[in-house]
Design a protein around this ligand. Structure first.
Ligand code: A3P
Length: 297
């Protein structure tokens, strides 16, 4: 696998910086020098997985932090917010990974080919999916807000990059289809949750995850987790310390932005929405997955 620098420039001359590519696949650098981060991510395939690890698999901006918090509470058996920092597998190092106590939740946006070789064949996977229109809007604000990308471009160009698979983590379509293939072949090893269902029917979804992980969780505990993991609570309690927050994010930005279904309607034009629907239908041909784009359907 080859590692190279990666940047994008849009027709208005606005650029998106601070990325690295592995065999052309774009990734963030997570505050490391790009080539160094590329080498670390390349090495992940050989990291050692434990039988009791769980993989939380998400495409970026699908509600990863939210789901991670729910899984952590289920694991700890306590519905309380602690200051533990969430780290993606690809933002860590082998040493940090190896020294983390069991049971570990391996949270990652990486495609299967970049994950530890035995992860996919061995451990349980919780997959969180979100409708791709809200996801691309969330991703747009993420990139506008994070200092490392140094980005100020227009949504119309960003949307084009998304549809051309050029943004960090490459193709959303391919990612989702890869995960769907596991669901088809090994349905018992993967638990799929939709962001929209977590929003609207969260307690039931938490019960479903608990059952999948064989964790005892009665109605009261699931309700307590749901309340503790509300957007409002997490947006206050899960922010990093102020100095770190200011180093990573521009003022007023964070992982907790709006946390709603349907914000895409304030960003997409009608023409963009129709084009998106067409491309989605084409690229998901044969898929059984259904996405919900509104909180009313
Ligand atoms: P928005 O940008 O649409 O607000 P990720 O954790 O994968 O980066 O996803 C971030 C998205 O999930 C953001 O979406 C964020 O606001 C939303 N989010 C984070 N915590 C949430 C929660 N507790 N409830 C609902 N949405 C949440």
């Amino acid at each position: 696998m080859s590692v190279s620098g990666y940047a994008l420039s849009d027709p208005d001359g606005q650029s998106l910086q601070g990325m690295v590519a592995i065999d052309g696949f774009p990734l963030p650098t997570f505050r490391m020098e790009p080539m160094q981060r590329g080498e670390v991510i390349k090495s992940i395939r050989s990291w050692t997985i434990r039988d009791d690890d769980i993989l939380l698999a998400t495409a970026p901006k699908s509600g990863t932090h939210w789901a991670h918090e729910i899984l952590s509470m289920l694991h700890r058996g306590k519905a309380e917010t602690i200051s533990e920092r969430f780290t993606l597998l690809e933002a860590t190092t082998e040493q940090e990974f190896a020294s983390a106590p069991s049971p570990r939740v391996l949270t990652s946006h990486l495609p299967l080919r970049l994950l530890p070789d035995n992860a996919i064949s061995k451990i349980k996977i919780v997959l969180v999916l979100r409708n791709p229109k809200d996801l691309v809007v969330s991703k747009y604000h993420h990139m506008l807000g994070m200092r490392s990308y140094d980005y100020t471009g227009a949504f119309k160009h960003f949307l084009q990059w998304f549809l051309e698979d050029k943004l960090p983590y490459g193709s959303w379509f391919q990612y989702v289809r890869e995960m769907e293939a596991i669901m088809d072949t090994e349905p018992d090893r993967i638990c799929m949750v939709h962001y929209e269902d977590l929003k609207q029917n969260g307690i039931e979804q938490i019960k479903k995850i608990a059952q999948f992980l064989s964790v005892d969780a009665d109605d009261q505990f699931c309700q307590a987790i749901y309340d503790c993991c509300s957007f409002e609570n997490m947006a206050v309690k899960k922010l990093p310390p102020k100095d770190l927050q200011d180093k990573i994010w521009k003022p007023g930005c964070s992982f907790y932005r709006k946390g709603i279904i349907g914000d895409w309607k304030t960003h997409f034009t009608v023409a963009e929405s129709e084009m998106f629907d067409e491309i989605l239908a084409q690229r998901m041909t044969g898929s059984k997955l259904k996405f919900r784009f509104s909180d009313r359907s």
